[in-house]
Ligand binder design. Structure first.
Ligand code: PEP
Ligand code: MN
Length: 334
């Protein structure tokens, strides 16, 4: 971090600032120019409040030269992280497809969809048991019973299961879950992230509806700081002024994240677009731009789905998407 001092900063103010910074355990490299003085801070600046320092009378500006996230940072971990999710490896150029309904509704529904998506090429099964719905009157999920049905579907198909947690108090129910999802609405629920940081489960961290990539990586850092480095990022679109799609899919986050972090990056074209017919083109685009996999909503009867039917693919449509995605993979890998 670099602190640029004001031209006419008083020596007394500078001395106070230097004492404050040194007391944070930092070394200071001072460079005096004709007009301004620059303090180079050497050491762990992750705990330094840059905005606070910038607000001091003697300070002209503060620049961070290192990102505030360490464990998620590719600089300190150049190789891609590959995360074992119930026997399926996610990351490192391997391509995995998570598919299944928005929510688990009945035994027949989840087993039918699980078998169909496996047959089509999905490698993990998704299904919500705790649903973050905008309306309190909408279907909220089957809760513990939904998790029981997911486990049954896993026994039937062998597909590892991915499902969302909304409250740390429910963690005990997630013992047989292979990947715990943190939904967009909880990306900055820091107390939940801290609890998940103390588990040994892979965490699928979706991007918040209105969060920057840096904020997203800081949320990953919360989980990793607790000792759990098994974090998978999932872009699911962000809020913009556009209304033709449910969200705006920020596909450029894939190459940006690939540079900044070693964590795997997945794309969810279902929540990103909200429209079933847009899922295929965006799944293909996500594959072409280097994502480590996809998360796609599939329902045996989308018209009668209890949640997100408009964006859900039928098993046949999903099989078609997988075929196209595999064709794109061939091209991208060569
Ligand atoms: C989901 O995956 O079912 C979901 C609710 O997604 P998001 O948190 O991205 O809205
Ligand atoms: Mn959904």
């Amino acid at each position: 971090m670099i602190v640029i001092l004001k031209d006419h900063a008083k020596q007394e103010q500078i001395d106070k600032l230097k004492a404050f910074l040194m007391q944070l355990g930092l070394r200071i490299d001072e460079s005096k120019g004709d007009h301004s003085t620059i303090l180079g801070l050497v050491g762990d600046t992750t705990r330094v409040d840059a905005d606070l320092i910038a607000s001091l009378d003697a300070v002209e500006a503060v620049r961070r030269v290192q990102e505030p996230y360490k464990k998620a940072n590719r600089k300190f971990h150049p190789e891609d992280s590959v995360i074992d999710c119930g026997g399926v490896q996610v990351g490192g150029g391997l391509f995995q497809i998570i598919a299944g309904p928005c929510s688990v509704e009945t035994e027949e529904q989840i087993i039918t969809v699980a078998k169909a998506v496996k047959e089509a090429g999905a490698t993990l099964l998704r299904g919500g048991a705790f649903k973050p719905r905008t309306s309190p009157y909408a279907f909220q999920g089957l809760h513990a019973d939904g998790l029981r049905l997911l486990k049954l579907a896993k026994q039937e198909t062998g597909l590892p299961i991915v499902t969302e947690i909304m409250d740390a108090a429910h963690l005990d129910l997630f013992e047989d879950v292979d990947v715990i999802q943190v939904g967009a609405r909880n990306m900055q629920n820091f107390e939940l992230l801290k609890v998940l940081g103390h588990t040994d489960k892979p965490i699928l961290l979706k991007r918040g509806l209105a969060n920057t990539i840096q904020e997203w990586l800081m949320s990953a850092e919360y989980i990793m700081a607790g000792g759990n480095d098994r974090v998978i990022l999932c872009e699911r679109g962000i809020r913009t002024y556009e209304t033709a799609t449910r969200n705006t899919l920020d596909l450029s986050s894939v190459p940006v994240l690939k540079e900044k972090t070693h964590l795997p990056v997945l794309i969810d074209p279902s929540h990103a677009t909200g429209v079933a017919k847009l899922v295929k083109p965006m799944a293909m685009a996500a594959t072409a731009c280097g994502a480590d996999g996809l998360m796609i909503e599939v329902h045996n009867d989308p018209k009668n789905a209890l949640c997100d039917g408009a964006q859900s693919l039928t098993p046949e449509q999903f099989a078609d998407v997988v075929r196209r995605v595999k064709a794109i993979r061939e091209v991208v890998q060569n």
